[in-house]
Design a protein around this ligand. Structure first.
Ligand SMILES: Cc1ncc(COP(=O)(O)O)c(C=O)c1O
Length: 411
């Protein structure tokens, strides 16, 4: 039975109309849109049409007739509206990791002469791995210096730091940095800032222009609902465009790719950050998925995201101590993104038992169970049911089974 509080919250939810736009199986409460967004219904038809008509019938002509060739810019402009970036400053391409390689290389090139990249120990591993790789590749002895905690970052910003590279919302804890304040503090020391928006694009309003961010990257398959392995995106502040060449100098970043010139001359615009042929099917799925956002009020989205998170935290508070669940996400709404995580013993088995009951979240080693709140397709009644099922799984110890200890390749 849904209690009155959840019912009232659902009745007055201005975003409830959006749930019908997504394909969601019955008996599933999907709390993993922060990892793979749900399927927007119209994506199915759009991709099918692209395959049967554009690829099947029009064949190679579709690069022009269906304008496949400009998908990276078109999709980029749709994403730009969600992250406070001007037209022409965002492209969709490649993966987040590859885009980080491009923008981090560019940022280090713009701040040559400085020796450090600052980030956090808790940053998503791919960001740290790519930074290690870029530093090695440049061969100029760049040092990657990692903060133990977010509060340590301001005192690490000195005149030898070239780039501060942070993820806006932490993938594990859901901690959210104050993008504007940190960017300002870094700029005061002449440091360029690269933001990873994997857990913020489509989860909340983001204002890259207001924060005067230098570069940003992010995923298409999480809150943007572009589908598994969807193209990622990257943002370059217009004041840096053309100031430095990114190193993956493929032909799609060339000023005129179809002139087939011998030497590389980069495009002056954001296209310079493209590399090779766009992944059309993935790009089309992401393009269609982004059309949902035309009607979304981003402030209402953030309000609902906070309310869903608060509702979940309060519900779990009633039994978390009894079962050893420790909240690792900040309680203060302004310090968190759109996910809530707990550390606990047997977290993997607990998550598998939850999934078996239709509550899909995920597990991040060594001990975090993670629940994402996607305001477009979650209701307060869903959250209430998820709380009750979690309590039941813990009370009955239904997780305590060998079947739930078998580790999948993806957790
Ligand atoms: C913060 C962050 N950055 C990057 C990625 C993934 O990058 P890629 O799309 O290259 O796999 C993730 C994936 O979960 C992430 O959480």
């Amino acid at each position: 039975m849904t209690n009155t509080k959840a019912k009232l919250a659902d009745l007055s939810d201005p975003l409830k109309i959006f749930q019908a736009r997504f394909e969601l199986p019955d008996n599933v409460i999907y709390l993993d849109g922060n990892s793979l967004g749900a399927l927007p219904k119209t994506v199915k038809q759009r991709v099918a049409k692209t395959i049967s008509e554009e690829w099947g019938e029009q064949l190679i002509r579709s690069w022009n007739t269906a304008d496949w060739v400009h998908l990276p810019q078109r999709v980029g402009n749709k994403i730009a509206r969600l992250i406070g970036a001007p037209e022409g400053s965002v492209v969709a391409a490649d993966s987040t990791s590859i885009n980080l390689f491009k923008v981090l290389s560019a940022a280090l090139g713009l701040n040559a002469g400085r020796g450090k990249i600052v980030s956090e120990k808790e940053n998503f591993p791919t960001d740290l791995y790519i930074a290690e790789g870029v530093a090695k590749q440049l061969g100029k002895g760049h040092q990657l210096v990692l903060a133990d905690r977010p509060d340590d970052i301001p005192q690490m910003l000195d005149s030898d730091v070239a780039v501060l590279m942070l993820t806006h919302v932490n993938y594990r804890t859901g901690y959210r940095h104050d993008m504007a304040a940190i960017t300002r503090a870094a700029h005061e020391k002449g440091i360029l800032v690269v933001w990873d928006l994997a857990h913020s694009a489509g989860a909340m309003p983001v204002d890259l222009t207001g924060a005067n961010a230098d570069f940003a990257i992010g995923c298409g398959y999480k809150y943007l609902n572009g589908g598994p392995g969807a193209p990622a995106f990257l943002y370059v502040n217009p004041r840096h465009q053309g100031a430095f060449n990114q190193p993956l100098s493929g032909w799609f970043g060339h000023r005129s790719p179809f002139n087939f010139e011998t030497g590389y001359v980069p495009s002056e615009g954001i296209e310079q950050y493209l590399c090779g042929t766009p992944q059309v099917l993935g790009m089309v799925a992401l393009d269609e998925a982004l059309s949902v956002w035309d009607d979304v009020d981003m402030e209402a989205l953030r309000d609902k995201s906070i309310a869903l998170g608060d509702y979940f935290i309060e519900g779990i508070d009633a039994f978390s101590a009894e079962y050893g669940l420790e909240l690792v996400t900040p309680r203060e709404a302004e310090k968190r993104g759109s996910q809530v995580s707990y550390s606990c013993e047997n977290g993997y088995a607990i998550m598998q038992a939850l999934i078996a009951r239709g509550v899909i979240g995920d597990f991040r080693a060594p001990d975090i169970i993670r629940f994402g709140f996607t305001p477009l397709y979650l209701s307060f009644a869903d959250v209430e049911k998820a709380i009750a099922i979690l309590q039941d799984v813990l009370k009955t110890r239904s997780w305590d089974s060998d079947a739930y200890r078998v580790l999948g390749a993806v957790t």
